[in-house]
Write a protein that binds this ligand. Structure first.
Ligand code: NAD
Length: 365
């Protein structure tokens, strides 16, 4: 089914308002989750609403929190996210990094104990809007899903990396991916009968490669939210030993260096750690050539002969822009099960059927 952006935004905002988020925070959560859907990353979109509500109820994500500054120098801040909503503490940390980079040319932010930060490319895009380059490493404490290269048991999470580079136009470079071969959400979709995953995306406990979602979820089949703690296998990292190395680096930089904590068999609540580096190209650019070179390079890459002439040769960020243009115009596709769960959640937090219908009402011409 296709859901229009505005009514979906009103519903998601109302749900988080009911759960104790201040109005501005509820609006941010709705905006960022819907942005993930718009850019085609449904695994990080409104499908998370029921999960976030459960996490708020369990105290794993805390409404109304702000970053607490633990260390502050002209180029570095260490910030405690206080298990606040990632859609609040993530942008707050990014704004501090941007301000430092504008002042000093460089800003480094170590954010610890953040609630789920969602799509990390959002922070790269904030920096791009300020004319800055940025690099983000993230770890996911308390969510063991990925086996390191050469292993058949879980030691890591899907630890994402993002790099943003402004181009001076409306098509910046935004590289943003999980270091697992496929995002966990894509395995869940395959588990529910959706698009299959590659048959080398998973590894079972005996070390055999697999594309069968039961490797990750066990027999928890058909559940809207299959539970990955039920399976004995693991996701594999992308790019063999190289992707695995990058995933390990995320754990060291975003988990150990930030003080957020590393997945090392320790119990503790789910949270993200993020190390972000913001760089002001204007301070590097003695000959005023940076943006011209960036654009020349991108044009050069895109001039390569495409394998698929319809798709063309894309740079990171293009796919998301294309999907966003389509979905803003045509609506956001949601599986009937996911939509039903969001509506159930709306009722669970106290919204009546009448209130839900009013929120979802399309505005007339
Ligand atoms: P993905 O596999 O879809 O890769 C996305 C990247 O590849 C983007 O930069 C995109 O522009 C680029 N890309 C896609 N198609 C391309 C093409 N044809 N040519 C060139 N470039 C192309 O992403 P993913 O690994 O599924 O990650 C999804 C999202 O999940 C990301 O936004 C990530 O930040 C997020 N995530 C968050 C957490 C967390 O804990 N907060 C954990 C894992 C992932």
């Amino acid at each position: 089914m296709l859901i229009a952006v505005e009514p979906l935004d009103r519903l998601v905002r109302a749900i988080f308002r009911e759960k104790g988020c201040p109005e501005d925070e509820a609006a941010r959560i709705a905006r960022y989750l819907i942005k993930a859907n718009l850019t085609g990353h449904d695994s990080h979109g409104v499908i998370r609403v029921p999960l976030y509500v459960t996490w708020i109820e369990a105290g794993r994500m805390r409404p109304g929190q702000h970053v607490r500054v633990l260390v502050d120098t002209p180029v570095l801040a260490v910030l405690d996210g206080q298990f606040g909503m990632g859609q609040t503490v993530g942008p707050e940390a990014t704004r501090i990094g941007i301000a430092k980079a504008r002042e000093q040319g460089v800003g480094i932010i170590a954010l610890r104990d953040a609630g789920h930060l969602g799509r990390i490319g959002d922070f790269a895009e904030m920096a791009i809007e300020a004319g800055l380059v940025s690099i983000h490493f993230v770890n996911v404490f308390g969510s063991l899903l990925v086996a390191p290269f050469g292993a058949a048991s879980r030691r890591l999470s899907t630890n994402p990396v993002a790099i943003g580079v402004p181009t001076g136009d409306d098509a910046p470079f935004v590289l943003d991916f999980a270091t697992s071969y496929v995002a966990e959400g894509k395995v869940a979709v395959a588990h529910q009968g959706g698009k299959p995953i590659p048959d080398t995306a998973l590894v079972d406990e005996a070390g055999n490669l697999s594309g069968d979602p039961r490797t990750l979820y066990g027999e928890d089949a058909g559940q809207a939210y299959p539970d990955p703690t039920r399976g004995k296998g693991a996701l594999r990292p992308f790019g063999e030993h190289k992707g695995s190395g990058l995933a390990l680096a995320c754990e060291l930089l975003a988990g150990a260096l930030t003080g957020s904590g590393v997945n090392a068999g320790r119990p503790g609540p789910f949270h993200n750690g993020m190390l972000s580096i913001f760089l002001d190209p204007a301070r590097f650019d003695t000959g005023d050539r940076f943006l011209a070179d960036v654009r020349a390079f991108i044009a050069w890459v895109k001039s390569a002969k495409p394998v698929d002439p319809v798709e063309g040769v894309l740079i990171p960020g293009d796919k998301e822009r294309r999907t966003e243009a389509e979905r803003r115009a045509g609506g956001i596709p949601l599986a009937a099960d996911s939509w039903r769960l969001i509506l159930d959640t709306a009722r669970k937090v106290g919204l009546s059927d009448g209130e839900i219908a009013e929120l979802l009402e399309e505005e007339g011409p």
